[in-house]
Design a binder for this molecule. Structure first.
Ligand code: ADA
Length: 577
């Protein structure tokens, strides 16, 4: 089933294409007059400018420009699917005024900007994009993207940009939640807003051409929420094996929203994760939304290739490490029946970060934007935050309480988790529904035999710590292999050694289904690491080489091992009790 444009009635202009561009370099955005910028180059949108050969690896301020026409006085808005890392937006019309539309910090999420006070005119839209790393927690460009992370932060307008003509009354958001997958009952919550108090409007909800609800609703004020329950006739549940999607349409007045949904509920019961009451064992990978040639602006064909490769390896699971994946990738996972852990950006944050109000506010914004974009996707079964941060320090606990609490408040229907790399000292596990542990026995320390022993120690410790009755996912385990590297005497960085470690890890984890709810191998494919010396020097080629495929998605020796083992274990019943 093809993925859908969200709006059939709302006028949406897609601004994707070739924009004017110039790289300004190490200058302060506040010192730049948008009307005086000289554009001397062009750049596609979406794309990462610093993944293109001319600007490869450059950090600084870049300016983009395109045309945008407003044809009437009704409200319009700009919808930006991702800008890395900090961006400021300006609109300039024939009246000579430079209108500042607003700013946004943090990549990987969608945000909107109102085009207020913009009479009909042909405008220039100018965007300043800053890809410098915010190393300073207090006034760096963006403390969500820090220099020590183990991936390259690419910059630019990396996902779509659209202009929406909203009309007098519009849908801000439609959230669809399955409340009874067998009966096909879903809860529809729609947030509306209006230019002026509209009194009433027609509301229609339909599925695949059938009207489920058609009524007139009273609307007081200029915004509100309408909630309804509807039953999908002839319901087909969504599952990893049969990922059936229904298409729901909501119309309020002249505005509309089309959404593909899957009838599925997820819950945790003891050590099991259940999808529509069926236990699932997660078999999959960590995936970065990245490619050396395209940075974070991964083209649809590569996203599709990734899904095909995950399916070819008999995966049913992908962890979106370590930030929200592109919604187009989630669309593909919905279709393919891949279960997704969706994670807000974060990487080894210290307790100092976690006590920093600016950082926490940006985390909250990122979480809100992630949930808004991903909540209607049936593939997403788990929310995650703050990969490998200092969850073993007491001072960090309020941050975990606050951010996990926010996730639960935004979406009480999915379990929440975070990946911990200090399971023996962790003081926040009780705040999660699913315990997730990252561990690298036989790679960073020990030998093959340590894999089983370490996993047993983790299980025993969690039991003693009173956390043994929750699902336990090994969210990262793996080993590095430089593509093509094989040697009789040297194991490390060789493909055979990686294959042996990954084989042992899968056998230990999936072979003990009563103890583990799943595995996410680190990682799907190799990826460029950050430019920081200490990172590059510990990563041959400047890549994190723990991919089972290389960065161009070519298989290493471990590919066949994973495929065979995931097939074998995937055929076993997932129920353990
Ligand atoms: C951590 C981290 C990953 C990656 C991995 C590694 O577990 O979460 O992003 O850096 O280590 O390769 O060492």
């Amino acid at each position: 089933m093809p993925s859908l444009a969200r709006h059939a009635r709302r006028r949406v202009v897609n601004l994707a294409g070739t924009w004017d561009f110039t790289f300004l370099g190490d200058v302060d955005a506040a010192a730049v007059a948008p009307a005086a910028i000289v554009f001397d180059d062009v750049m596609p949108v979406p794309a990462c400018f610093d993944a293109t050969p001319r600007y490869a690896g450059r950090r600084g301020l870049a300016a983009y420009r395109t045309n945008l026409t407003i044809t009437d006085h009704t409200p319009h808005r700009l919808v930006v699917d991702g800008a890395h890392h900090a961006a400021a937006f300006f609109l300039m019309g024939h009246d000579g005024r430079v209108r500042s539309l607003g700013e946004h910090l943090g990549g990987f999420t969608r945000f909107t900007l109102a085009l207020t006070d913009c009479p009909p005119d042909a405008y220039s839209l100018v965007v300043l994009v800053d890809n410098r790393i915010g190393g300073d927690m207090h006034d760096g460009p963006c403390p969500l993207h820090l220099d020590y992370f183990d991936w390259r932060h690419f910059g630019g307008l990396t996902r779509g940009v659209e202009v929406h003509r909203l009309g007098e009354l519009w849908l801000e958001d439609v959230r669809i939640t399955t409340t009874d997958w067998r009966a096909g009952r879903v809860h529809v919550a729609l947030r509306w807003a209006a230019d002026a108090s509209p009194a009433s409007a027609s509301l229609c909800v339909g599925v695949e051409g059938q009207t489920l609800l058609d009524e007139r609703v009273d609307l007081a004020g200029i915004c509100g929420i309408i909630e309804r329950d509807v039953i999908i006739p002839d319901p087909h549940p969504w599952s990893p094996d049969r990922p059936h999607l229904h298409t729901l349409t909501v119309q309020l007045g002249h505005d509309d929203w089309r959404q593909r949904i899957g009838l599925r509920q997820v819950r945790v019961d003891g050590r099991e994760i259940l999808v529509n009451d069926e236990p699932v064992k997660l078999r999959g990978f960590n995936r970065h939304e990245a490619h050396p040639q395209f940075g974070h602006a991964v083209p649809p064909a590569v996203q599709m290739a990734d899904v095909q490769l995950l399916k070819a390896m008999h995966c049913n699971f992908v962890r979106g490490s370590h930030y929200p994946q592109d919604e187009r990738f989630l669309d593909l996972c919905d279709e393919a029946g891949l279960l997704v852990w969706s994670e807000a950006i974060g990487w080894q944050h210290t307790a100092e970060h976690l006590c920093n109000e600016r950082f926490l506010k940006l985390q909250e914004q990122q979480i809100d934007e992630m949930v808004a974009a991903a909540a209607n996707h049936p593939s997403v079964i788990l929310w995650g935050i703050l990969n490998e941060s200092e969850s073993h320090r007491r001072e960090s606990r309020p941050a975990y309480e606050r951010l996990l609490g926010r996730l639960r408040a935004l979406d009480p229907t999915r379990p929440v988790t975070y990946a911990s790399n200090h399971p023996y000292e962790d003081v926040c596990f009780d705040l999660c529904d699913v315990i997730s542990v990252n561990t690298y026995p036989a790679w960073y320390w020990g030998t093959l035999k340590d894999i089983g022993e370490e996993l047993a120690r983790v299980v025993a410790h969690l039991g003693k710590a009173g956390q043994g009755d929750k699902p336990l996912v090994i969210a990262e385990i793996g080993a590095g292999a430089v593509p093509g590297c094989r040697d009789w005497t040297v194991d490390r960085w060789g493909e055979p050694h990686q294959a042996a470690i990954v084989e042992q890890a899968i056998r230990q984890i999936l072979g003990q289904a009563d103890k583990f709810a799943g595995i996410a191998i680190w990682q799907f494919c190799d990826g460029v690491t950050a430019e920081l010396n200490r990172r590059v020097l510990s990563r041959p080629r400047g890549f994190n080489n723990k991919g089972i495929l290389d960065e161009y998605r070519r298989p290493k020796q471990a590919f066949a091992v994973v495929r065979q083992l995931f097939e074998q274990f995937g055929a076993l019943p997932a129920r353990t009790s």
